[in-house]
Design a protein around this ligand. Structure first.
Ligand SMILES: NC(=O)C1=CN([C@@H]2O[C@H](COP(=O)(O)OP(=O)(O)OC[C@H]3O[C@@H](n4cnc5c(N)ncnc54)[C@H](O)[C@@H]3O)[C@@H](O)[C@H]2O)C=CC1
Ligand SMILES: CC(=O)[C@H](N)C(=O)O
Length: 363
């Protein structure tokens, strides 16, 4: 009965006449913070991308396997199905998303569906749909069902007119990619819904995120690809100039920032959109660090259309406001990142492939 009453409160489907507005708000917040014995039910959209699978692992370790639902439009493999709930959800299907939120009593929405910067430029109409219409759908649903919603933004939300070193939290934003335009739109509409309707909208601008999982087609992808190529072949051809400096972050830091930010009490947040970062480096500097593990590493540079995008993005990201307001602190610097990535790619990709090759040679 108590659980039912709380759920109704969270979803605002009944009015509880006997409770004061303050008590109602307290209960609603307690459920969102997982502090009433009921962890939040979380839906991750675009969950089979670079960030989604690892994010689900982290959130499931905190809130339980069945309280975190992964969703995407991709057919999942066996490992994904075994790891916890997975649902097909097209971000463009408003009613379909609505049904999932109602059926599964969702409290938090982590909205990862997107076309990244380089792929977005290859298919602008689709990027407009997924990155702009998709955000409209989730923001409206989050408002209707009183969800806490996280939408990531990016260094790509800045453009050539923005100060690049450092790029502060609030400054000129005139991006030249459809990806960036859509992210600025997401930041603004989220802030608008917060001011107008009290929506608990939260947004972090991430730098290039580095993990061993394949990235989705961005401008910062080289910083993942170089590990896979260099450790397999000792060579890598980079599509950016050697001196292209970009802000970056190891995935563990990125997802921890998301979790800490989602858990931060609303009154601690001075704004709804924060820059976060860990380090900045160039391809040349990364190659130098990697050459300590791959002594004869040979990197060549053939800049393509992604160079122009990178040249319009921040070089150094100023995340001092996140550090001040909710105590954001990164753990991995460039040395730590390279060390972890080398181990991860070697153990979980190269050694596994070699094992499979040996096994099939025996058959
Ligand atoms: N990976 C990075 O370096 C950064 C990522 N971000 C943001 O984080 C979020 C997640 O990024 P990644 O995981 O790297 O992207 P990703 O490209 O690896 O994954 C995006 C996912 O969205 C899904 N998707 C595409 N169309 C869809 C649709 N119609 N309905 C539902 N899902 C759909 C794709 O199937 C894919 O699994 C994105 O919003 C991205 O802009 C922000 C800054 C840096
Ligand atoms: C920094 C990002 O948003 C992403 N990795 C991209 O390069 O598009």
């Amino acid at each position: 009965m108590f659980r039912k009453c709380l759920t109704s409160l969270v979803q605002n489907t009944v009015s509880v006449g006997t409770l004061t507005p303050k008590a109602t708000e307290f209960l609603r917040r307690s459920v969102h913070n997982g502090s009433l014995g009921r962890p939040p039910k979380i839906l991750i959209t675009g969950g089979l991308g670079q960030l989604g699978i690892e994010c689900a692992k982290l959130l499931r370790s905190q809130y339980g396997k069945n309280n975190v639902i992964l969703s995407d439009i991709i057919k999942p493999n066996d490992a994904i199905c075994e790891s916890g709930p997975y649902i097909f959800a097209d971000i463009l299907d408003f009613k379909g998303l609505q049904k999932i939120i109602v059926d599964h009593q969702v409290d938090w929405l982590i909205h990862f569906s997107a076309l990244l910067s380089a792929v977005g430029e290859q298919n602008v109409p689709l990027a407009v749909k997924v990155n702009i219409e998709g955000v409209h759908n989730v923001i409206e649903l989050a408002k209707q069902y009183k969800l806490r919603i996280f939408v990531p933004s990016t260094i790509g939300a800045f453009g050539p007119d923005s100060p690049r070193n450092p790029t502060p939290n609030v400054t000129i934003q005139r991006p030249h990619t459809i990806y960036g335009v859509a992210k600025v739109h997401a930041e603004l509409i989220g802030e608008y819904y917060y001011h107008k309707f009290g929506l608990d909208f939260r947004c972090l601008r991430f730098p290039g995120v580095i993990s061993s999982d394949p990235p989705g087609g961005g401008t910062t992808d080289y910083a993942v690809a170089i590990f896979h190529e260099a450790l397999r072949t000792g060579k890598y051809t980079c599509y950016l100039r050697p001196d292209t400096r970009l802000p970056m972050m190891y995935i563990e830091d990125c997802l921890r920032s998301l979790l800490e930010f989602m858990r931060a009490p609303s009154e601690q947040l001075k704004r709804r959109v924060y820059n976060v970062t860990a380090m900045s480096f160039t391809p040349e500097e990364l190659a130098y660090k990697l050459s300590k593990y791959v002594p004869n590493l040979h990197v060549t540079y053939q800049p393509d259309s992604r160079q122009q995008i990178a040249d319009s993005w921040p070089e150094v990201f100023d995340d001092s406001e996140a550090r001040r307001d909710w105590n954001w602190q990164h753990k991995y610097d460039l040395d730590g990142l390279v060390d972890y990535m080398v181990k991860d790619v070697q153990e979980n990709y190269i050694n596994v492939e070699n094992g499979q090759r040996r096994a099939s040679a025996k058959i």
